[in-house]
Design a protein around this ligand. Sequence first.
Ligand SMILES: [Mg+2]
Length: 219
Amino acid sequence: MQIKAVAFDVDGTLYPNASMYLRSIPFALRRVRLMWAFAQVRREVRTLRPVDDPGETQARMLAERLGITVECARERIEREIYGLWEEALDRVEPYPYVRECVKELKDSGLAVAVSSDFPVERKLARLSLDGLFECRLWTEESGYLKPHPEPFVMLAECLGLAPQEILYVGNSYDYDVVGAKRAGMHAAHRVRRPPANSIADFSFSDFRELSRWVRSVLV
Ligand SMILES: [Mg+2]
């Protein structure tokens, strides 16, 4: 396999989503209406084609749903959703062996990257995973969210590689595995029990296995 880079999704891939959801409960309970409306809007934004600016579009849609100004919606998304979610990350640890895995991949001469549908930089810092990745992409900046091909194209451009030289690692079968494969990349699925007939090239739940597998398929 001609892999020259490994790119990771962040939420639920590098750290357990569940432990953060748990920590977010008190904050979410105080904002049930906002969280509910935001979840609906995210679902809708993913289906829109094409969207020039998904960040702006989601602010506009949230404003409509909540009957507030776009300005206020933008500010609530930034402060109450992205900001507080990142704070909830404070006490969340990455999955075991994530740092070791990333370092081993780099030592094998591979480039490493992260891409997420949510802002990346502050999150990596909170997980003490900053400074490791060559490319750190927030898919929203491509104008689309996964599984649209555009964020994967943007990733390949950032790495300066062809899609077939990239292994994409994610926890969502529909967004990460199917999205990456459709864009011509290889895909590894971080999952406890892989779905039947999975199209992932590799499925794992222990990052030591991922590191071993990648190094075994390098040509
Ligand atoms: Mg994820």
